[in-house]
Design a protein. Structure first.
Length: 105
């Protein structure tokens, strides 16, 4: 699993039938800032994921990759490699909260 920020969406009008109606989003994986562990920062990579939870642009989300992406009822029949399985409310390292949906980070 990894956490990521949704940076955009992807529209594909031509696709296999099982993917019709699936919401595709672009995510930027995040990591804890290794210098002081006070914030989340981009890894510089980008993934296309299937949204299973109704997330939107700017949300920080929990993602799975590989065969785990097909373990939800919504994604079991889909040819996908990455899926959003949760929207992150808070990230805490030790006693310090480094991300909270009530604050912009």
């Amino acid at each position: 699993m990894f956490i990521a920020r949704i940076t955009g969406s992807l529209i594909s009008t031509q696709k296999v039938a099982s993917m019709v109606g699936q919401k595709l989003l672009i995510v930027d994986p995040l990591r804890v800032d290794e210098k002081d562990q006070s914030s989340l920062k981009s890894t510089g990579r980008t993934f296309v994921v299937v949204d299973t939870v109704g997330a939107g642009e700017g949300d920080v989300v929990l993602c799975v990759q590989g065969s785990s992406a097909r373990f939800t009822p919504e994604t079991k029949p889909l040819p996908v490699d990455a899926a959003i399985i949760g929207i992150v409310d808070q990230v805490q390292i030790g006693a310090k909260t480094i991300f909270n949906t009530n604050k912009s980070n």
